[in-house]
Design a protein around this ligand. Structure first.
Ligand code: EPZ
Length: 426
């Protein structure tokens, strides 16, 4: 497995253009299965998760080409709705292919995606939604077979505003007969992007971004070309890295509105942030201030996907902060690794008590999941000395060559491919 070797202590500076949003591109790629024809998507980042989704679409009979940041799909040749278990286990988010495949083929076979490092990742809300639309669901071991004639619109209330379940139900409802209303829907920007994409193809959806989404079923959709929104989590990750290294960074092609909660937290920590259209300027020249309490919650509140990154900043703050994680039960796996770099953090149930220290020290650490890995990179950039981050494939799922991106801001970071001799970075 590749490693990242980081020489810390250098403030980031310069300008960076933010990649397209992984968590918008994935459901939009899945939604492309609702239409027969050529779909083109721009600003799709080159990531492991995108590669897996494109391989699944090819496995289902589609043609899929990713050139630069543009994906060209031909879904007219799709001839299967059976997603291989091995591919599902590579990326659990493939579960939101269920809705589109069920709507198009009347049957879909998937496999329990299983949990991951951050939690159990249940899919009961997805299955309840599809059942409400008239599907039958049979579970045989890990295999799930879902069948339906034409789905029928209905009212669906989500016990929890699940992002994936909201997206799956939206996509299934697009070709259903009649009206579907989803209440307690998730409100993330990626759901708004999915609505815009589907409506561009002729769907009739309103309400994405609010807790009530209404879908009026239509008989067919027309292919389109669409540009995916900027990645708000990658934007936030770079912002935290700039603050943690006391740098000065300009981020282009962002959507600051999607980061209101993070900007609020960083300003409370004493970080200077200026917003001008799709540009964010961020700078910090002093030690961050502690924040008594940061709680992760569904959008528009503070996002769980930026929890581990902000924890690194608070680990360097002047004082004690508390971070509470309410979305995923296993999202503190970066804490032990940060403590090995000199952080003073104690976890009690779903709260982390962070006593800021003046300095972190380089160490060899292991990424356990995507955002924890990103947090360890930020810690390495801020630490004194050399940090080696192992299991970098977790990071590559969501960041397009993170070492190139940060290197453009002056970071001293290099990727050591697995095959190379480990003497390279001693
Ligand atoms: C999406 O995951 C994102 N992934 C995650 O980003 C993000 O952390 C999460 O939303 C929350 O914002 C993509 O969009 C591809 P959920 P998703 O369904 O849809 C429980 C990243 O780092 N739940 O909102 O899987 C679940 O167990 C990734 O880019 C059920 O109980 O998230 C979890 O505790 C990580 N039953 C909570 O809801 C269900 O049927 C949130 O899950 C579904 C979910």
């Amino acid at each position: 497995m590749d490693k990242l070797v980081i020489e810390g202590g250098k403030p980031l500076s310069g300008t960076i253009v933010i990649q397209g949003a992984k968590n918008a591109a994935l459901p939009i790629l899945a939604a492309s299965m609702l239409v027969e024809g050529k779909v083109m998507l721009d600003h799709v980042p080159r990531l492991l998760d995108i590669d897996v989704m494109l391989n699944i679409l090819r496995e289902l009979g589609c043609e899929a080409v990713h050139e630069g940041q543009t994906v060209t799909l031909d879904t007219s040749t799709a001839n299967s709705s059976h997603i291989p278990e091995a591919l599902m286990r590579q990326m659990r988010s493939s579960i939101f292919l269920m809705g589109p495949l069920l709507a198009r083929f009347g049957k879909v076979t998937v496999y329990q995606p299983g949990g991951c490092a951050i939690g159990e990742r249940k899919i009961d809300l997805h299955l309840q939604g599809l059942t409400a639309l008239g599907a039958t669901v049979e579970e045989e071991g890990s295999r799930i077979v879902c069948c339906a004639g034409r789905l029928k619109g209905t009212e669906i209330h989500l016990d929890f505003p699940s992002v994936g379940a909201t997206e799956n139900i939206m996509m299934a409802a697009v070709l259903a007969e009649g009206m579907t209303t989803i209440t307690n829907a998730a409100r993330e920007p990626e759901i708004q992007d999915l609505q815009h994409f589907l409506n561009r193809m002729g769907a009739k959806i309103i309400g994405a971004g609010t807790d009530t989404i209404t879908v009026e079923g239509v008989n067919r959709l027309e292919p389109c070309r669409y540009q995916v929104i900027p990645d708000r989590i990658v934007t936030g990750t770079v912002m935290v890295a700039a603050a943690a290294t006391r740098g000065q960074v300009t981020l282009q092609h962002t959507n600051p509105v999607h980061l209101t909660s993070l900007i609020h937290v960083l300003r409370r920590a004493g970080v200077q942030i200026a917003v001008d259209g799709d540009i964010i300027k961020i700078g910090s020249s002093s030690r961050p201030k502690a924040i008594d309490r940061v709680v992760t919650s569904p959008y528009p509140a503070f996002p769980t996907d930026l929890q581990s990154q902000v924890m690194v900043l608070l680990a360097l703050a002047d004082g004690v902060s508390v971070m509470k994680e309410t979305i995923f039960e296993g999202r503190f796996k970066h804490v032990d690794e940060l403590c090995r770099m000199g952080a003073d953090i104690r976890v009690d149930l779903n709260s982390a008590f962070i006593r800021g220290v003046s300095r972190l020290y380089g160490a060899t650490v292991e990424a356990t999941d995507l955002r924890a890995g990103a947090a360890l990179v930020i810690a390495g950039l801020a630490a004194q000395g050399k940090t080696v981050v192992e299991q970098v494939h977790h990071i590559d799922r969501g960041y397009d060559r993170i070492e190139t991106m940060l290197g453009r801001l002056g970071a001293r970071i290099q990727r050591v491919p697995a095959a190379m001799d480990d003497r390279v970075y001693r």
